[in-house]
Each structure stands twice: as C-alpha cells, then as structure tokens.
Design a protein around this ligand. Structure first.
Ligand SMILES: Nc1ncnc2c1ncn2[C@@H]1O[C@H](COP(=O)(O)OP(=O)(O)OP(=O)(O)O)[C@@H](O)[C@H]1O
Length: 328
C-alpha cells in the first residue's frame, strides 16, 4: 500500500530581502512526513529550521519571499497561497507549539478564554456549556490536575511545565493533522522534559497526528522521531530513518551532532561539547560544500564542488566524501 503523507515539500526556498543583501535562510529544502509519524528537523541554531516551519504556515517577516515546487499539506497544494489563505491551514491542518509558552499564550487572558476561543474557531456548533466541557476535557487529557481551578488562572500563575501543557492543549484543541513542535522541551528541566515527550507521543497515537519536531538536541530526537532530516546552512544534508541515522550517520555534520549527545552512546572522554567554528552567514555562504570550513574530513575539492543529494537505500546524503569518513 502506498504510504500516505500528511505533508510533502519540494525545493522550498525562503529568502529575506534586506538592505544588506539576500539572506538565504532556507535554500532548497525537500521532505515529507507520513500520517501519524514524527520527523525531526535537526541542526544548530541559525541553520534555518524555524524559518522552514514558519514558511509552511506563512508566519514570516514581511521581507520574506517563499518559493517551492510543492508544498502539499493534507492533500492541498499550498505553495501559491496568500497570507489569508494560509491562515485557513493554521489550526485545522497545522498547529504549532514553541519552546517558550509565553510567546504563544496571551498573558492578559485567562486559560479559559484562550482555550475556548480555539475550540469555538473549529467547532462553532458547540454550545457554551459543551465548549467549556471540551476545554476541561482537553486540560485533563494533557495532564493538568484540578482543571476547574487551572482554567481560571492567567498563564503566568502556572509553573513552566503546566504552561507547556496548556500550550499543547490549545494547539490540540483544533484537532490538527500536523503538529509543529519547535524545541518543545528545551526550556524545561529533565523530569518535566521526559513527561512532555511522553505526553506528545501518547496524544499523537490517539489522534493519529503527525509531528514535525524541530530541535538541536539529538537526545530528544532519539526519543521521538521516526525519521530525521539534518539541516545545515539552509539545506538538508542528510535524511533517513532514525535508526539508520543514529547507527550509521553518513554526513560528518550528523556524526558530530550525535557525538555531542550527553550519555551512554559515546564514551565519556570522547564526547564533544560543541562543534568547532560557526554556522556560516546565510547572506554569504562559502562556495562548494557549506560545511567544509568546519569539516574534519574536508579536502580541496570540497571547497569547489557543491555536493548534490545522493539517494541510496531510502536514505539521502549530500557529501562528496561519503564513503571515506565512514570506512566504506
Ligand atoms: N526577518 C529576518 N530577516 C533576515 N534574516 C532572518 C530573519 N529571520 C531569520 N533570519 C535568518 O535566517 C537564518 C535562519 O534562521 P532560523 O531561525 O530558521 O534558524 P534556526 O535553525 O531555527 O535557529 P534557532 O534554533 O535559533 O531558531 C538565520 O541566519 C537568521 O538570522
């Protein structure tokens, strides 16, 4: 049976036209996510992960220009959507949660108003009482104790973990087919982090929802993702199943990211805290491979030739030296 994708993106480019020049924050990105599955988009800060996800729902700065060969979301081709049309896919098709709940929760309204507004937007037929009951049910579902009390408070009166749960409740109130989770656990302590990951996984199963997980943390990827796309300097440099990528990363950047995970996989002394050097300026990428200035395996031709995507056994990699660094 053919796999059903909730989203298919081909050759997405998001460029910011600034007085100083063109910022190529997303530069030809392609991926798809199957129904009910999670794809992690991984990379360091500034690689273009957030702009990729915001491009899908067109929540970009006015200076941004988006182009693509395809952005099919839940069966609809949206690449030529205007901002107004794009508003229609937010909520029903795609919801988004962020690292910092206070950026998406409104500090001046109580939880009740924010949650009920979202429910009303998507189920206007519900009576006042049913809307309230559904709000309570969602709060209960996301593990909020004493929902009758908590629904009456303002966001700042909740702990960080509970705020994250409220944000998830609001995002789920519209029954989205795809949830974009941008660093959903980065600001939380480890125990709460694990609880939120568990919650997202349970809800995903119940609702058969797909997740686009954006993170710099390969530890979180290993707990949630089915597939992984590794992003560097506006491009996807490696793509494949979580198992393939973890067990046998082909791109040097992926290898270095995995080596920087704290924990059991890599021996203590061998662990990297960070990768040396910095992500290049998207206004001025180096010629050839964009990773060569930081790559331990780079050779002369990497500075000249831009690697094209190679697809082998269901995986994709963009590296001229694949086959050398992994001993094949
Ligand atoms: N409005 C804008 N104008 C110009 N450049 C921008 C704008 N917004 C983002 N950028 C640039 O686009 C690039 C990619 O940013 P993006 O936020 O997508 O990175 P990221 O990988 O998600 O990192 P982070 O983890 O910090 O969110 C960055 O270099 C950023 O400075």
């Amino acid at each position: 049976m053919a796999k059903e994708n909730i989203i298919e993106v081909q050759n997405l480019k998001t460029y910011f036209h600034t007085p100083e020049g063109i910022v190529k924050s997303v530069d030809g990105v392609s991926f798809s996510i199957e129904k009910g599955k999670t794809m992690a988009l991984v990379g360091e800060s500034g690689c273009g992960k957030t702009q990729t996800s915001l491009s899908l729902i067109r929540l970009l700065a006015p200076t941004a220009k988006v182009s693509a060969d395809k952005i099919e979301i839940n069966g609809k081709e949206t690449k030529d959507y205007t901002k107004d049309q794009a508003r229609g896919i937010r909520g029903k098709d795609i919801s988004m949660i962020f690292q910092e709940p206070m950026t998406s929760l409104n500090p001046v309204y109580r939880v009740k108003r924010q949650l009920e507004e979202m429910i009303r937007l998507h189920q206007p037929e519900l009576s006042k009482q049913d809307t309230y009951q559904r709000a309570l049910n969602i709060l209960t579902r996301v593990g909020i104790p004493e929902p009758q009390e908590r629904i009456r408070v303002f966001p700042h009166q909740l702990s960080g973990g509970l705020r994250q749960r409220v944000m998830i409740a609001i995002a789920l109130a519209s029954n989205p087919r795809l949830l974009i989770a941008d660093e959903p656990t980065t600001a939380l302590d480890v125990t709460i982090q694990a609880q939120i990951i568990e919650l997202l996984k349970e809800i995903q199963k119940e609702m058969e929802m797909s997740i686009l997980l954006i993170t710099h943390d390969f530890g979180v990827v290993s707990q949630m993702a089915d597939t992984v796309s590794v992003m560097y300097a506006g491009k996807i440099v490696e793509q494949g199943s979580m198992k393939d990528i973890f067990e046998d990363p082909w791109h040097p950047y992926t290898r270095l990211l995995i080596m920087s995970i704290p924990g059991i996989k890599v021996k203590r002394g061998g662990r990297l805290e960070t990768i040396e050097g910095a992500v290049p300026n998207p206004m001025n990428f180096p010629p050839g491979c964009r990773f060569y200035p930081r790559c331990p395996y780079a050779e002369e031709r990497c500075m000249r030739e831009e690697p094209v995507p190679e697809v082998i056994g269901g995986r994709m990699v963009r590296c001229l030296k694949r086959g050398v660094h992994d001993g094949r």
